[in-house]
Design a protein around this ligand. Sequence first.
Ligand SMILES: Nc1ncnc2c1ncn2[C@@H]1O[C@H](COP(=O)(O)OP(=O)(O)OP(=O)(O)O)[C@@H](O)[C@H]1O
Length: 231
Amino acid sequence: MILLDDVTLTYPDGEARVTAVDHVTLEGRPGVLTGITGPSGSGKSSLLALAATLVRPDSGRVVIDGVDASGLDAAARTTLRRERIGIVFQQPQLLPALTAREQLCVMAELEGRGRRARRATVRARVDELLDAVGLAAQADRRPAGLSGGQRQRVAIARALVHEPRVLLVDEPTSALDSARGAEIMALLSRLARERRTATLLVTHDVAHADALDETVNVVDGRATSLTSRSC
Ligand SMILES: Nc1ncnc2c1ncn2[C@@H]1O[C@H](COP(=O)(O)OP(=O)(O)OP(=O)(O)O)[C@@H](O)[C@H]1O
């Protein structure tokens, strides 16, 4: 679970400061895909950066799985991030020389799982994830041999290698046509449900709102409305 509790974030702007996030409270619960929508400049990316513990709020708390990240130093926040948070960026950012399977294995090694777990265990986990994102047949392909949607699927699987409790996704459909975009949104919805990951997803694209369980609309740094599919 992730809770942004009454968070405010400002940036320096000449002699003054610009308020990017203004007293926002937002919760991501296990198994729930929560969308963050709003116009350009409204503060969506800043909210995601707060959730990722990449920046500290000026006020308010960011609580991840019961741990208040706002009180931690940079090293402890990095550990928290590496253990409990997965991030999918707008562009998949894959390494050109590595196959889909290797992209995930490298991440498993970086996260220390390669040392702790037997190689065969890591390989089984990586293959299970590639299967879960529909890429079992493409596991040995490099990024150049994959479509844009397939590359984004690799990035999603890679973000889940260390079994994070929280998944943060930034505009995952912006480089895809609407059919591929809808497939990625359906995949993220299914993964959130099946893996019980609290998923926060920034999107401009209202066309994909159906896949979201909840939507927080942000305008001028403030959360103006919350819609829930279950209501
Ligand atoms: N590093 C920064 N320094 C100064 N101001 C910033 C910085 N990052 C964002 N801002 C300002 O904070 C506000 C919110 O920006 P943010 O990028 O979070 O919005 P956004 O909704 O993600 O926009 P977009 O959809 O265009 O990516 C804007 O006024 C922006 O200009």
